[in-house]
Design a protein around this ligand. Sequence first.
Ligand code: FES
Length: 208
Amino acid sequence: MVGLFGAAMAFISGAAVAADVPKLKCTRVGQTVIYRNQKFTCVKKGGKLVWGKGVPVPVKSASPTPSPSASPSASATPSATPSASPSASAASPTATATPTATPTKSQIKLANSSEIPNGTVKVFQGGRTTGLVASIVLIRDSAGLRALSAECPHAGYLVQDNGGGQLICPAHNSLFSAKDGELLRGPSSYGLSRYVVTESGGEIFLTL
Ligand code: FES
């Protein structure tokens, strides 16, 4: 009986652990992914690439006012205006605000839009003040607003603006494209991860 109970508990525990691992396949050491508000890093174990232990991502509330967070996705649909659908008035306004959002996603405010004018390359370091686990570099240029990992995959130093649409790591001179984080020159073996960033109501949010 005890043996049966133990086996059942082991099965349940194993299922719970498996459910907490990202479904995305881990393809290279150092690859990171945010999954269920945890950051996972790809490591090598026993000759196999597997996701390491998840590190919780501290999440600030998206914004004190519920309406601005709705606008990035809601702007695409004309029904976003309250007057457009009289039948919706019975429900709360926020219930229909983000039809495309998934419950696992959350947003962290990075900056006010006015702080990131065109031509800006700004690094936000991970920590309590930013609410970020990983450091992020925000870039705004003629191609729009983007967020990339600011941590060089070679040894973790923070990249900085190199001009000409490039980011450089001052430690050993790895070079990356500021457009999409693509690796332009080693010694790093990998490019910079890209994050989803949205702008709404004069504020910039990182979506996890
Ligand atoms: S840490 Fe960036 S090149 Fe070495």
